[in-house]
Design a protein around this ligand. Structure first.
Ligand SMILES: Cc1ncc(COP(=O)(O)O)c(C=O)c1O
Length: 397
């Protein structure tokens, strides 16, 4: 029988596939270094786990309101006020099963068939698939490498049409780790207001930011941009809670309302126990976040030092998240054992086979000549993996 055209056209997540392959090789006893990780390698902090245990012991194990419990919504409003200077009411918050779910909900809520969503590349691969799922059309706009892969209003003016409904801004960015500064964001905000479109502001890596810089939310500039912004955030990356599946969005109340309605039919509430754990994460001690951030910064610095010494590659210095994008343009076309390496996919496949190192080709992120390395792995593995990559690159002819 014929299956849905729309859903059949969705491609699987290549990052999850690579991570799974590396895990399998490890399970088979291969000494593999996986640079694919999209999640912190730290344990969830103990006070968060204890809040979950308490929730179970107290029998907080039943349905909750579909868009999340009021106590958690209040904690999210307080967080948005404290960290981002934003005023939200609880009827503007929807809590979902991870930020991925919040994003999908956001696109479902704002898009009609044929509406276009501008996605600056390199982009997190799920965005384009989510937009398609919601009957929208992803419009990829290529950021200039010379501008650290950050999009400018000039780039955006070239792709805006009367069908444009929204733009996605993801800062700190996956995969590049670049962070938009206040001036750059302000210009994009003015563009959004001028064209009367929405901005989906994915701030999931907000707390993982380096060099003493501070995250700015695009919604914070003025009332006009605030009412056109859907903020996406969650606890997966900041509190090392990827498996707990709690994300949230903050939006104008009419958008939040229709998303709550949809969620009440599609999934009902996010996990009750994880909601209690998230309250502990947001309202409890924050030194655990700082400890993880510091460790990531150390690893990033080490990666930068090492990568600078490897010939024929270049990279953009990341200031946030836990990824580095490496440009292989000067390597592509070279050969390994007589076989030409044409693109990042081929580079990744041979590297895994020959050196047991898994990296993520950026093909699905919009750049087929780049790879992404995650440093959400321990320092020894990073060291070993980079040794092997250097060795491999030196063997290319
Ligand atoms: C940019 C970006 N947004 C959202 C998410 C989704 O996070 P969650 O685990 O909360 O669904 C990810 C996860 O990799 C991400 O990289």
């Amino acid at each position: 029988m014929k299956l849905s055209n729309k859903v059949s056209a969705i491609t699987p997540s290549s990052t999850l596939a690579i991570t799974a392959k590396a895990k399998q090789m490890k399970a088979d006893g291969v000494d593999v270094v996986g640079f694919g990780a999209g999640e912190p390698d730290f344990d969830t902090p103990i006070h968060i786990k204890q809040a979950a245990i308490k929730a179970i012991e107290e029998g907080f194990t039943k349905y909750t309101p579909a868009s999340g419990i009021i106590e958690l919504k209040k904690a999210i409003c307080d967080k948005l006020k404290k960290d981002n200077g934003l005023e939200y009411e609880i009827n503007q918050i929807v809590i979902s099963n991870g930020a991925k779910h919040s994003l999908t909900n956001a696109f479902m809520a704002i898009l009609n068939p044929g509406d276009e969503v501008i996605i600056p590349a390199p982009f997190w691969l799920s965005y384009s698939q989510m937009v398609k799922l919601a009957d929208g059309i992803p419009v990829i706009v290529y950021a200039n490498k010379e501008n650290n892969f950050k999009i400018t209003v000039e780039d955006l003016e070239k792709v805006i049409t009367d069908k444009t409904k929204a733009i996605i801004i993801n800062t700190p960015n996956n995969p590049t780790g670049v962070v938009y500064n206040e001036k750059e964001l302000k210009e994009i905000a003015d563009f959004v207001v001028k064209h009367d479109i929405y901005v989906i502001s994915d701030e999931i890596y907000e707390k993982l930011i380096y060099d003493g810089i501070k995250h700015v939310s695009i919604a914070s500039f003025n009332e006009e941009i605030y009412k056109r912004t859907i903020i996406i955030n969650g606890v997966s990356k900041s509190y090392s809670m990827t498996g707990w599946r709690i994300g949230y969005l903050a939006a104008p109340s009419d958008i939040a309302k229709i998303i709550s309605n949809m969620q009440s039919h599609a999934t009902s509430n996010p996990n009750s126990i994880a909601q209690k754990a998230t309250i502990a994460a947001l309202t409890g001690p924050q030194d655990c976040v700082e400890a993880m951030r510091k460790e990531f910064e150390k690893r990033r610095n080490y990666m930068i030092d090492r990568l600078t010494q490897i010939p024929n590659i270049s990279f953009i210095k990341p200031q946030g998240a836990f990824y580095i994008v490496i440009d292989l343009s000067n390597i592509l076309g070279k050969t390994f054992k007589g076989k030409v390496i044409n693109n990042a996919n081929e580079f990744g496949a041979i590297l895994l086979e020959e050196e047991n190192v898994a990296v993520v080709p950026c093909t699905d992120f919009g750049y087929s000549n780049c790879i992404r390395l995650s440093y959400a792995i321990d320092k020894e593995s990073i060291q070993k993996g980079l040794d092997r990559i250097e060795n491999f690159i030196n063997k290319l002819k």
